[in-house]
Design a protein around this ligand. Structure first.
Ligand code: 5GP
Length: 197
């Protein structure tokens, strides 16, 4: 059986990454979303073990020490990281795996897994981004300003990604991401064996 493909999706927080990912998980089969560990507090409606594994700082630092994370980063005062074992289990079982991670973590994944396919999602403009962060109504003013400052830094890293999606129209953005995943799965290297079987 072919191994699955690893997709890294980044973009400023508020770019609409999670909404796009939720949609494509419904549209595509055999795709697994990697559930990150984080030390940030759950937002209203978020569920432990579904949206994130919400853990304490000490527990997170133990994961780092025990080399259990494929990557991790500190983002606006909290740790975020990708547990390595579930990602490899799913890839080996033939599932495609999607990581929704910020740019420092994405750099680590790209250097450890050069075959990973990377997609950067931008909201269309910084004004739209600010509106979305404020509408979400979950972060303090300080956190919103921190996320906006971080967004500018992250956009400077967009050039290291394989693909850029402008999410000013949700449907188009979803179609584009779905097309990228579909096209990557049709690549000759992963299909040639089917002709000789
Ligand atoms: P939020 O707090 O809005 O859920 O996420 C903040 C940022 O952390 C987002 O850009 C998100 O992509 C990123 N993030 C979520 N999980 C991980 C992870 O496991 N590793 C890294 N490096 N970033 C993550």
């Amino acid at each position: 059986m072919n191994k699955g493909k690893l997709f890294v999706i980044s973009g400023p927080s508020g770019a609409g990454k999670s909404t796009v990912i939720t949609r494509l998980l419904k549209q595509l089969s055999n795709v697994y979303f990697s559930i990150s560990a984080t030390t940030r507090e759950p937002r209203r409606g978020e569920r432990d073990g579904v949206d994130y594994h919400f853990i304490g700082k000490e527990e997170f630092e133990k994961l780092i020490k025990d080399d259990q994370l494929l990557e991790y980063a500190e983002f606006v005062g909290n740790y975020y990281g990708t547990p390595a074992i579930p990602v490899d289990e799913k890839l080996n079982a033939g599932y495609d795996v999607i990581l929704d991670i910020e740019t420092k973590g994405a750099e680590q994944v790209m250097s450890k897994r050069p075959d990973a396919i990377s997609i950067f999602i931008f909201p269309g403009s910084f004004e739209i981004l600010e509106q979305r962060l404020r509408l979400r109504g979950t972060d303090s003013e300080e956190k919103i300003l921190g996320r906006l400052a971080q967004a500018k830094i992250e956009c400077q890293k967009a050039e290291m990604y394989d693909y850029i999606i402008i999410n000013d129209r949700f449907e188009t953005a979803c179609d584009e991401v779905t097309s990228i995943i579909t096209a990557e799965k049709c690549k000759t290297a992963g299909r040639l064996h089917l002709l000789s079987e």
